[in-house]
Write a protein that binds this ligand. Sequence first.
Ligand code: SF4
Length: 561
Amino acid sequence: MSTSTHGIRPVSPPPLGSPQNPEIGAIDQLRALLVYPEFPKTFWSYEKILELVGRKVLLPPLGLITVAAILPQDWEFRLVDVNIRPVSAAEWQWADLVILSAMIVQKENCIHHIGLAHTHGKPVAVGGPYPSSTPEELASAGADFLILDEGEITLPQFVEAWTNGATSGRFSAHGEKPDVTSTPIPRFDLLERSAYDSMSVQFSRGCPFQCEFCDIIVLYGRKPRTKTPQQLIAELQALHDLGWRGGVFMVDDNFIGNKRNVKLFLHQLEIWQRDHRYPFRFDTEASLDLAEDQELIDLMLACNFAAVFMGIETPDEASLQLTKKFQNNRSPLLESIDRVTRSGLRVIAGFIIGFDGEQAGAGGRIVAFAEAAAIPTTTFAMLQALPHTALWHRLEQEGRLMAKDGNINQTTLMNFIPTRPVEAIAHEYVEAFQALYEPQRYLDRVYRYFLRLGAPRVKTAPSWPEWVVVRALAIVCWRQGIQRSTRWSFWHHLIHVLVANPGVAEQYLAVCAHNEHFLEYRDIVRDQIEAQLASHRHALTQEKAAINSVPVPNIPAITRG
Ligand code: SF4
């Protein structure tokens, strides 16, 4: 899978906390306010689509609800996801301690909430991928406690310090990676579940591959650590008991990192799903070598997996080689995607532009590839060097790193000096984004893809669609089938999909609906990139002017003796 979206894809950060640890003593009635900062508007925020189905956010903060499960259960917890609503005055007042968890894209809002907590006189603890990557930033922002790395190791240290009256501290795992088999069931009960489109669970951490730009292997290592099948099934049972039905995202950065263990789990999951009449539909992220393992694909389909995010990154083999994404060069990319698709798993592809040595036209080649594979949904970003990745270290050595934080987002320029002009990369990027989500092109691609997509393997229990879903579909049919110039294609394609592959009709309409988001988002990308390019040009002009205004010293004529 990819880091092309690390930081923007819908993955909750791994838990800060630790298992219910005997070392963690009870502290009566401490009131911990868990706050999840706001994401900027990104590819993954999907506001327009969520609005259609009456939801506010795609996924819940899995890290924070795991923290709540592993801290002393005598503590009282409240959770506010700022993506749903702001923290109220009463909640600030209620708290004894504020705990924030954030990914890099949430940094601005995370820092903002540290300030807010202090305004209310509350101590703040921070953790998650962003503080673990750049703790100094959070220390400068005033965080009282830095709970870095994986909390199975560092959270007990924090609780001990807190119990002993510490008012600040920094807790680090010093490279140690914890076993996740004793991580408790996340506190799903703390979530405002009706605000989310899907729930999320995590089976493994870490990935065996070595993509140069990837921060996952820096944070969680190259040896995937998995939960036990019983452990994850207990989490799903907890969600089921709370009445959740529908989408569940396996947030693993590479679900198939440990193929042996994932197969053992899927065998158990298949039985559980069948016994419960398939209450959940799963999506996940996986590396492209999934295509080489038909048994694994079949098992996923038998468990009702519907979509899988895969980091294609680029069709340019030289770039894949250079960025050490060797697994994508093992078999022809188009064949791999086709195999997964025809089996019945919908592929969401991640692309990146701006690799070293990249030849002009990379944006066009990505569009051509997406068209050939007919993949409807793609994430797309300019390459960023995330802190402490192999890429970040290499660029630092080469003196090419400009900003040391890195912020993977579709609307940011690169944070290093690329090997071809950044303007050329940015223009290709904007043009490719516009082309990928041009309404007619998108609709045609979705249509071609769903004709290829294998039919679902499981029969879920029949149920009446919710009113909100019926309303959403009616709105999509009204906008795309009546109001827009694509109306004839819309009805033509819909009827053909209904005849050729009726089992995927609902998914098909949902993916058509996604363009409601992309239509707006592609313009946001264009406007923000162009604004950044303008300030980049302005800075260059000023630099040149400053150089030209420096008086040239009189150089005395060189005379030979
Ligand atoms: S190292 Fe693994 S998680 Fe990271 S981009 Fe590569 S395949 Fe994805």
